[in-house]
Write a new protein. Structure first.
Length: 93
């Protein structure tokens, strides 16, 4: 019986750990935040990837979202509005 409880405990801990490590969903705000940090960096590939992962997003997930923005005019417009708001907030402070 102890072995059964031990095995079930290990399975439960593994399951909970996998749920905790899931990547975030990228929102336009998060994408803009990551993009801004990348543009402020030295623009090296490893730095770019580190910044992306630091925000809890995989590099592949970020690249897919970037392509999605290029192909979706509404999403591109929303991102443009967010950029304008961000820069207007910077210059009005």
């Amino acid at each position: 019986m102890r072995i059964f409880i031990l095995i079930m405990s290990i399975i439960l801990v593994t399951f909970i750990a996998q749920l905790d490590c899931k990547a975030k969903n990228i929102t336009p705000q998060l994408f803009l935040q990551i993009e801004t940090r990348i543009l402020e960096s030295d623009m090296k590939e490893e730095t770019r990837n580190r910044i992306i992962r630091k925000h809890g997003v995989s590099v592949d997930q970020y690249n897919r979202y970037q392509k999605k923005i290029e192909n979706d005019p509404q999403l591109k417009a929303k991102l443009g509005k967010l950029r304008m708001k961000m820069y207007s907030d910077l210059y009005t402070e």
